[in-house]
Design a protein around this ligand. Structure first.
Ligand code: NAD
Ligand code: MG
Length: 399
């Protein structure tokens, strides 16, 4: 029987890669809904090509424009507004959600799917960073299955024994003979840039990742390596790690996507081309394997694989993320919100590359640790952090 899928963030990099894989298996998957923020022409292309039942535009004006441009014979119904995101996630007809909205904006619709016990393919790492334990507990309660799309977490998931794969969010790594998880990261476009020249790097340079083609926000996060920091926090929740069970290794070639080290000294690694269609196909097909359109590695031309430790002087954002992870939920929610504000300001040319760490740090300095037991409490921390970060951005701009 075919599985009905909603793609949240369909016009983005992960969304488009998901459509590419889904289209290779028309008998297995049917497209229930696709969503986007405001890109009408990209959404029009998707609707004409894939004819989903629903197309959601968060921006109401964009929804009207899309409605006006749809060909007469289209069966797709257009919905507008942020609440429609949760409607097409929680709908009884949906089996699988691809959570590929960027940023904390993805939390509400992803949680809506989690609360209904859906199979959730999780690319939107910020949702987990922002809500951590709440998200994992909600999935445990509803019986929702979380499958990690982020290439590192997908790699680790693939290297785990079946029994641990059944317990995403609450496995005990030592019960499965696991010593530690090794997250790999390329180091981004500025790995060789002299540290005193980082201040002058432009948004275009920051978005020019050596190995991966991705959306703008995650590309800037890769340049600061806050992306690896968000992934560290994401791994902490998905795999229920303690501090000594999680390490980061720089691996510039992005061939090994992450590793699991067992107590007997064995290390399992997942390798492949840096192409997100591989982890996307893995989670779509799980536990079966399906074609993704990605070729296997050619070991005859691969060359050397190298590994080195992280230089925190080059990547201060990564240090902030690791410290926040073990400080607690209010810290990681604050860091994520401040970073979203800082990256947006950097992309608009308002602040310099090195100011991103400065803005994040200043929001964390303002942090009031609070017990967080609801989404509303999380959103209050998120809003407060955005205000603190915006104030710091203004100080930087007018300094
Ligand atoms: P992108 O910027 O290319 O696409 C983002 C999508 O989210 C778009 O469809 C956009 O319309 C939608 N969106 C943006 N703001 C929104 C809002 N406020 N409300 C609703 N929808 C909104 O981003 P991406 O690179 O595809 O990344 C998506 C997520 O996947 C991010 O969380 C990212 O960290 C994660 N991820 C991406 C990659 C990658 O290779 N691109 C790899 C691993 C993880
Ligand atoms: Mg990743």
């Amino acid at each position: 029987m075919s599985q009905s899928i909603t793609i949240l963030g369909a016009t983005g990099s992960i969304g488009q890669n998901t459509l590419d894989v889904v289209a290779r298996h028309p008998d297995t998957y049917s497209l229930f809904a696709v969503t986007a923020h405001g890109n009408v022409s990209a959404m029009l292309d998707i609707v004409c090509r894939y004819q989903p039942q629903y197309a959601v535009m968060v921006d109401e004006h964009a929804a009207s424009q899309l409605r006006a441009q749809l060909p007469m014979d289209t069966r797709t119904e257009v919905l507008g507004g942020a609440s429609a995101l949760s409607d097409v996630s929680a709908c009884a007809e949906v089996d699988v959600i691809m959570a590929a909205i960027v940023g904390a904006a993805g939390l509400a619709p992803t949680l809506a799917a989690i609360n209904c016990g859906k199979r959730v393919l999780l690319a939107n790492k910020e949702a987990l960073v922002v809500s951590g334990e709440l998200f994992i507990n909600a999935a445990r309660e509803s019986g929702a299955q979380i499958l990690p799309v982020d290439s590192e977490h997908n790699a680790i998931f693939q290297c785990l024994p079946d029994s641990a794969q059944q317990q995403v969010g609450y496995m005990q790594l030592n019960n499965h003979g696991i010593d530690k998880l090794l997250l790999t990261g390329s180091g981004g476009p500025f790995r060789h840039t002299p540290i005193d020249e980082l201040v002058n790097q432009t948004p275009q340079q920051a978005c020019n990742h050596p190995n991966w083609s991705m959306g703008q926000k995650i590309s800037v996060d890769s340049a600061t390596m806050l992306n690896k920091g968000l992934e560290y926090i994401e791994a902490r929740w998905l795999f229920n790690c303690r501090r000594e069970q999680l390490d980061i290794v720089i691996h510039p070639q992005s061939v090994i996507h992450s590793m699991v080290q067992y107590v007997d000294g064995s290390v399992m690694a997942q390798m492949g081309e840096p192409d997100m269609r591989t982890p996307i196909a893995h989670v779509l097909g799980f536990p079966e394997r399906i074609c993704s359109g990605v070729k296997g590695l050619d070991f005859m031309t691969l060359g050397e694989l190298s590994f080195m430790p992280v230089d925190f002087a080059r990547y201060p954002c990564l240090k902030l993320a690791i410290d926040s992870c073990w400080h607690g939920q209010s810290a990681t929610t604050t860091l994520n919100a401040a970073n979203e504000v800082a990256v947006a300001a950097f992309l608009k040319g308002q602040i310099r590359f090195t100011d991103i760490a400065e803005v994040c740090d200043s929001a964390l300095q303002n942090l009031v640790s609070a017990h967080v037991d609801s989404v509303d409490a999380l959103m209050a921390i998120d809003a407060q952090a955005r205000r603190a970060a915006s104030r710091r951005v203004e100080q930087v701009v007018y300094a």
